[in-house]
Design a protein around this ligand. Structure first.
Ligand code: SF4
Length: 478
């Protein structure tokens, strides 16, 4: 019976797209930038399913596989099931693809996406071509479902015996979890790029699930928060190393959300003598010098911080009560330890005026991050702020496609979309075209990867150039 089950062939898919959609950890956006990384949801699923099924992976965006070629491949390969990412930004075209596949095959179609999690039953009822929706991708119910065992299935909402059955305890907190080692070798790792990565190919590894915070402009806090067992992480990192890969991107929303867990992990990486080079994301209110020292020793080279704005009052209102003093302290720690930094800023948060945005741009320059990302505000699906905006303006609920790096989809009550866009361009130029910054980058050009990263970044700054009318906006907003 086990042998029979093993013969079933499953395709893990990141579908093609009319734009470069980022579908990862239930997030949804599109990007014009070059960066792209393997979706950690698919990596986790490759581990969970690997002991029971024959697996193939297709990241149609990274591998530039078009829809027609993909459909032919799926039909001719007779996959038993297709487990696909989707996102609110790409929903219409993803669903058209699934429908076309179902029309020509009996392949079971399982969706993993943020927008289907809250209303999984509704999506299953409304769409004949979807057989199941993943609600929690670190749960093992998917294995039982695909092995045709009776439900309910943990972490899954599925059609079975003419019924829709669902089982998920999404909000359990801090329970340790483990899963079999993901099959990194099945992913086209040479197709991915991140500017901060020191080496290629690189891959991703998860140390936690979800986020324990609840910033109102973000949806990640709504999926709960769990920590992964450290022995299990080390097992995966050893497997990555054995594949000859020594660069890892930890895509967790907050690597140091539990500082003790982060410190234990770094110590375990040192004890295992892994010698990996890596980067991660975190928050300034859960990052200190002791943790940073251990992270550096364990191979960290770049830390990414979500700063969003220097406007402390606004941050407090959005349930992210961090202070500029905390931000300065963290950047100083990183500088002292020669850790590179990436600062994320949001331009045009609801209710923020041009003066406040300009202060945030100056703050980014003062911090002198190695890279700064200036995104426009988008009403993230599932976030509390989106719900608040929808209550004020029902038209917001029709906004499904957005891209943080593109023209804003909404104004912010004070600034028009065009003004927000001009301020975003101003931010890029003001930050990246500083002589001090350019000189610092030139001094760091010690590898081919660095030279490529700087050229790509310079190109995107120049490409993003719009007419600058910021002084006018600033004058008018006084
Ligand atoms: S912005 Fe970051 S810290 Fe806040 S909820 Fe989202 S992922 Fe968590």
């Amino acid at each position: 019976m086990l042998y029979y089950a093993k013969m079933k062939k499953i395709l893990l898919l990141n579908p093609p797209g009319s734009r470069k959609f980022l579908r990862d950890q239930y997030c949804s956006s599109a990007t014009k930038a070059d960066y792209y990384w393997p979706a950690v949801d698919l990596l986790v699923l490759s581990g969970i399913l690997s002991e029971h099924f024959e697996l193939e992976v297709c990241d149609a965006i990274a591998e530039a596989v078009d829809e027609k070629t993909l459909i032919e491949k799926i039909i001719s390969s007779s996959y038993y099931a297709l487990i696909s990412l989707s996102s609110s930004a790409s929903m219409d075209e993803d669903f058209a693809l699934f429908k076309a596949i179902k029309a020509r095959s009996k392949t079971i179609i399982v969706i993993n996406a943020g927008f289907t999690r809250d209303n999984s039953k509704k999506y299953l009822k409304q769409h004949d071509f979807i057989d199941a929706v993943i609600i929690d991708y670190i749960k093992f119910g998917i294995v039982d479902y695909l092995r045709e065992k009776p439900g309910p299935y943990q972490g899954l909402c599925a059609k079975a015996n003419k019924q829709i059955i669902e089982q998920c305890d999404v909000l359990e907190l801090n329970t340790g979890f483990s899963y079999p080692v993901p099959r990194h070798e099945l992913f086209a790792l040479d197709k991915y790029y991140l500017p901060q990565a020191r080496k290629r190919p690189f891959t991703c590894c998860l140390i936690s699930y979800g986020c324990k915070y609840g910033c109102t402009y973000c949806s990640s806090g709504s999926i709960g928060f769990k920590l992964r067992n450290i022995d299990n992480i080390i097992l995966e990192l050893k497997a990555i190393k054995a594949l000859g890969i020594s660069e890892v991107h930890f895509p967790d929303f907050t690597f140091t959300a539990d500082q003790e867990h982060a410190r234990k992990l770094c110590q375990a990486m040192l004890d295992a003598d892994l010698r990996l080079s890596w980067d991660c994301l975190t928050r300034v209110d859960c990052f200190d010098i002791d943790t940073a020292i251990l992270m550096k020793k364990a191979g960290a080279h770049t830390i990414q911080f979500g700063i969003e704005t220097q406007n402390e009052q606004l941050l407090k209102k959005m349930a992210k009560p961090i202070s500029n003093q905390q931000v300065r302290r963290c950047f100083l720690i990183c500088k002292q330890l020669a850790l590179e930094t990436i600062g994320f800023f949001i331009i045009g948060l609801p209710g923020e005026d041009a003066q406040s945005i300009k202060k945030s741009i100056n703050f980014a320059c003062e911090l002198n991050c190695d890279y700064a990302a200036f995104s426009v505000y988008v009403p993230d699906y599932g976030s509390l702020l989106r719900k608040q905006l929808e209550a004020m303006d029902p038209l917001i609920s029709s906004i499904k496609n957005f891209d943080r790096t593109m023209y804003p989809v909404i104004d912010n009550q004070i600034l028009s979309r065009q003004e927000i866009w001009q301020l975003r361009d101003y931010a890029l130029k003001k930050f990246y075209l500083r002589p001090k910054y350019i000189w610092q980058q030139i001094k760091k050009l010690n590898s081919l990867e660095k030279i490529k990263a700087i050229c790509k970044m310079g190109y995107s700054v120049i490409k993003g150039a719009n007419s600058l009318k910021v002084s006018k906006i600033l004058k008018e907003s006084k």
